[in-house]
Design a protein around this ligand. Structure first.
Ligand SMILES: *Cc1c(COP(=O)(O)O)cnc(C)c1O
Length: 713
């Protein structure tokens, strides 16, 4: 019996299939692999019971388990559904049965990918934002390219919080327990059939972790979980919640993730050729690997060297607060035996995490010191990261600091809406999506007639607005607003009106407040026949009072404008809402304070859907913008002699309003009634044509597979 969990997946499929009527058995096999979520499976599960599926956050295992017999019998009698499910399972088996692709240089891997969060699907709430969604997209794209990848993360039993806004606009957080046995998730068992339990050294003792497996196409995702009977009650809580405010709890998570990942890989029989640390949270992993090599008899120095040659590191954070620094003493209490296990003197060990000679132990410096290659996530971020970390490479000129970049991308089959996908499937060459990194593949976009492109844009906008109306109505009633006000949403949003989207984590550097920096000027954009309407969403970190204040202020401005203007602030931004917004909006606004945006990916998702970017030049947009395919704000500097942050904010807000007034509104509305907006659609075609090859994860993952994942030795 394999100890990698694949037998448990098969057993869970068989159990579920046995409980289903004849004919629906293929659905069980689909349900236990998230591959369905990007290959058209949504329509299959919705055909069983669309309302129940939506209510269960599109969790197919829960759908099939909880549906009454009569519902399942009715689905089993639907020949069309049964045939589609059978075809989908055949396609899945063929995909999983393909031989693995080679990495650059003919190498075979396997690659172990380690990250603190994964945004795979709305039913698996183990992500908070961009980092997790990127990690999820890397797994999906690697599966599509048949690359030899396995992933490790943490199973948060309460996930990230669900957001509610009260009547005054203050954020309220609620954590809801997730039972992994309700998900397409199985416990990994040892060869004797017992749940696998791994000891992980922590502070002056150890904790044990359980291991779960979730299949993402061909890629197994292993999730570590300390909620085990054998642990002390407080230790069972370690993996309860994502990004907790308390530092001690966070450090415990990093130790469990770093050391646990290495032990989990060993336990499931994966000897990784390369370990990819996606951000610093997992930076303890190479040290644990070195400790294991020492235990096998390698001298300490050789073990460290081998661990370093096995590790690659991606940094995602130009924001100083995002790079956690731990006081030395606390680092030593977290993992007291580690220096001795890798045969290092204390000072030498601590130097691995030091900037220049002290100041605490940083996880990013540790990742940089303990890896053979390091990369930032956009060209601009590469420049910033080389400057930021040049102190780790004394004597090396800034341009030669060994940190390169691989610009982030997004998984096209996940993020392109069905309408746009169908249009491009009709228009572009056969197999285009698998070659979406090739600019030539996109050339056919130029020939799409205005009428067809406009119909796709209109239908995606209608789909979004139908959802906005539904959500806003319920959210308003739940807050105790009057029914009259709640219902006004149905008329304040119009299906054919220019729709602007802004949704992201409400971190200070994202500058949501610029949207309402000049409420008077903003108000005039929201009135008249040729106006715009705005949809906003985003969660503030639970301990970020300033971020919550920004949301609350937005609410006040919205109230001041009255119920006739089209502004909606929606609750609980997640991958499902993100998907609706990036496909349905006409313009996607991003206002980071440069150079704080490492890459940004929501604008890349927008680009795949014919939604135009209007963004400060930062992150990926520095590479994407060419003067014709969206709009750019130069981004005033908020430092030193040039001016204060407030002045920079005011300048950027002014530019934002001017672009709306002088370019966006006239271009959208500059047409006769009933006519499509020709200039606008020219820009949409330019956007698809020029940005498609850049933003698709196909390009990103090919680059990792060719240039980062192969070993040099
Ligand atoms: C894509 C995505 C993000 C990342 O967006 P940014 O552009 O980096 O702000 C965050 N949250 C969700 C839910 C997403 O889908």
């Amino acid at each position: 019996m394999a100890a990698d969990g694949s037998d448990q997946i098969a057993a869970a499929v068989a159990d579920l299939a046995a409980a289903l009527p004849e004919g629906l058995a293929p659905l069980a096999e689909l349900a236990y692999n998230y591959r369905w979520s990007w290959t058209g499976g949504d329509a299959i599960f919705s055909a069983v019971d669309a309302a129940r599926f939506a209510r269960l956050r599109r969790n197919p295992v829960a759908l099939l388990r909880s549906s009454p017999r009569s519902v399942l019998e009715r689905a089993a009698a639907d020949h069309h559904l049964v045939a589609r499910a059978r075809e989908a399972v055949e396609a899945q088996r063929a995909d999983l049965g393909r031989p693995a692709a080679e990495l650059g240089g003919g190498q075979h891997g396997p690659i172990a990918f380690v990250c603190a969060e994964y945004g795979i699907h709305v039913s698996l709430p183990i992500y908070s934002g961009g980092l997790g969604v990127l990690a999820g997209d890397i797994l999906k794209e690697s599966s599509d390219q048949a690359l030899p990848l396995a992933a490790v993360g943490l199973l948060y039993r309460e996930g990230y919080f669900r957001q509610r806004l009260d009547r005054e606009g203050w954020q309220r957080e609620a954590w809801t327990p997730v039972d992994p046995s309700d998900l397409p998730c199985v416990p990994v068992r040892d060869p004797a059939g017992r749940p696998l339990i791994l000891p992980v050294p922590l502070r002056d003792g150890e904790v044990v972790v359980r291991l779960w497996r979730v299949d993402v196409g061909r890629v197994p995702l292993y999730l570590l979980d300390t909620d085990c009977d054998a642990n002390r009650p407080a230790d069972r809580w370690i993996t309860a919640r994502l990004y907790v405010g308390d530092r001690r709890a966070r450090l415990d998570q990093y130790a469990v993730l770093g050391a646990g990942a290495i032990r989990a890989l060993t336990a499931v029989g994966i000897e990784a050729a390369t370990i990819h640390l996606n951000e610093g949270h997992a930076a303890i992993a190479p040290l644990e690997l070195a400790a294991q090599l020492v235990e096998k008899g390698l001298p300490g120095r050789d073990a460290i060297d081998r661990a370093r040659r096995t590790t690659v590191f991606t940094t995602h954070t130009p924001v100083p607060a995002g790079n956690e620094v731990i006081p030395d003493a606390e680092m030593l209490t977290l993992l007291p035996s580690l220096p001795q296990r890798v045969h290092m003197a204390l000072e030498e060990f601590l130097a691995l995490g030091h900037l220049d000679g002290g100041g605490g132990f940083g996880l990013s410096p540790l990742g940089i010191h303990m890896s053979r290659t390091r990369n930032a996530v956009s060209r601009r971020h590469g420049e910033v990261a080389r400057e930021m970390w040049r102190c780790l490479f004394p004597g090396v000129p800034r341009e030669e600091v060994p940190i390169r970049h691989v610009t982030n991308g997004v998984h096209l089959p996940t993020w392109m809406a069905p309408q746009m996908r169908a249009l491009l499937d009709r228009t572009l060459p056969e197999g285009w999506a698998e070659r979406s990194d090739d600019p030539e593949v996109w050339a056919g976009v130029e020939a799409i007639p205005d009428a067809e492109l406009w119909e796709v844009r209109n239908s995606q906008r209608r789909r979004l607005l139908a959802d906005v109306r539904k959500r806003a109505l319920v959210e308003r009633l739940r807050r105790g607003e009057s029914r009259e006000y709640a219902e006004s949403i149905s008329t304040s949003f119009d299906d054919d009106t220019l729709t602007i989207g802004f949704a992201r984590r409400i971190a200070t550097y994202k500058r949501l407040h610029l949207l309402v920096a000049d409420a008077f000027r903003g108000a005039s954009l929201l009135h008249g026949a040729r106006r715009m309407q705005v949809v906003i969403a985003g969660k503030a970190h639970p301990s970020d009072e300033q971020g919550k204040g920004v949301l609350q202020h937005l609410f006040e401005v919205k109230k001041m404008f009255g119920s006739t203007v089209g502004i909606a602030v929606l609750e609980d931004y997640d991958v499902e809402l993100a998907s609706l917004l990036v496909s349905g909006c006409d313009v996607w606004v991003n206002l980071p304070r440069p150079p704080m945006e490492a890459s940004g990916t929501s604008g890349e998702k927008a680009a795949l859907n014919g939604c135009l970017n209007l963004s400060v030049l930062d992150g990926w947009w520095c590479e994407g913008y060419d003067g014709t395919n969206g709009w750019a704000i130069e981004g005033a500097s908020g430092t030193g002699a040039i001016g204060s942050e407030e002045q920079a904010d005011a300048a950027d807000a002014g530019e934002l309003y001017s672009l709306f007034e002088e370019e966006v509104l006239p271009e959208f509305w500059g047409r006769d009634d009933g006519e499509p907006p020709h200039r606008w659609l020219d820009r949409v075609r330019r956007s698809l044509r020029t940005l498609g090859p850049l933003v698709s994860a196909t390009r990103m993952v090919r680059t990792y597979a060719r240039e980062v994942w192969p070993r040099g030795d």
